[in-house]
Ligand binder design. Structure first.
Ligand code: RET
Length: 272
């Protein structure tokens, strides 16, 4: 009898609205929705503040300003897409996963938009350090590799093993970025006279960025120690608040107060 009912396409269609879509999950979960709205609001404020702060920035430093401004611009688009339901989904976890066979909420749009926001952060930092094109290219491309393979790790539903293979590949890309930040750019920054602020921002970046793979690992997409998608979403949102807006504000504020240092730096990039 039940089998009969499921075989009838009209009844299957009728049954579908009973299943909560990813959009409904966001709308019905205040904690989850607030983690997204908080970032829309902060990104909006940051955009206005950064435009204002950039009004007197001239010369090469303008390229840093554009990179910094891109961070909240991408962020507001990213969080609005998550809220709209466009870049969230429910996915059924493969065999072997702690939540195998269950539908879990995935805000995969985050990983997609990181491919644009994290390079912007690295371009800002690299230009501050006065690095050369090769090192900046390395950091940015490795970073994009990290985001795209992280997206794959989150979305693969056919094989549990392959989710972790992609996680490992993403971590390898991440370590290349960390290497550039810790081993290459500090010397460049010293030569450019930006050591002090670079040191602060480097520390902020490395510490906070390590938080992301940890959240992925313990969250619903990884070993599911934390099963509530709202908590996972807030963890990412809180990291974002410091890694994006606080980071970008500190960088931009320093640049506008030290235009002479930045503009006398013979960087290969932004020679306007
Ligand atoms: C993933 C999972 C796979 C392994 C690794 C990850 C790293 C993510 C990072 C994200 C940083 C995002 C920032 C966004 C700001 O807009 C993809 C979570 C290594 C480091 C700073």
């Amino acid at each position: 009898m039940i089998e009969h009912a499921l075989a009838d396409p009209a009844l299957v269609q009728l049954a579908q609205p009973l299943q909560e879509s990813a959009y409904d999950i966001v709308q019905n979960d205040t904690l989850l929705a607030s983690s997204l709205w908080a970032n829309v609001a902060l990104a909006g404020l940051a955009i206005l503040a950064f435009i204002y702060m950039g009004r007197d920035i001239t010369g090469r430093a303008r390229l840093i300003w554009v990179a910094v401004l891109l961070v909240p611009l991408v962020s507001i688009s990213s969080y609005s897409s998550l809220l709209s339901g466009l870049t969230v989904d429910t996915i059924v976890m493969p065999e072997g996963h702690a939540l195998a066979g269950q539908e879990v909420f995935s805000s995969w749009g985050r990983y997609l938009t990181w491919t644009l926001s994290t390079p912007a952060i690295l371009v800002g930092l690299g230009l501050l350090a006065g690095t050369d094109f090769t090192k900046l290219f390395t950091a940015v491309t490795m970073d994009i590799g990290m985001c795209v393979t992280g997206l794959a790790a989150a979305l693969i539903v056919e094989s549990h093993l392959l989710r972790w293979v992609f996680y490992a590949i993403s971590c390898a890309f991440f370590l290349a970025v960390v290497y550039v930040l810790l081993a290459e750019w500090p010397a460049d920054a010293a030569a450019a006279g930006t050591s002090e602020i670079f040191g602060t921002l480097k520390l902020l970046t490395v510490v906070l960025w390590f938080g992301y793979p940890i959240v992925w690992f313990v969250g619903v997409e990884g070993v599911a120690l934390v099963e509530d998608p709202a908590i996972v979403s807030w963890a990412y949102s809180a990291l974002d608040i410091f890694a994006k807006y606080v980071f970008a504000f500190l960088l931009l504020n320093w640049v506008r107060n030290n235009l002479d240092v930045v503009n006398s730096n013979p960087s290969l990039l932004g020679s306007s």
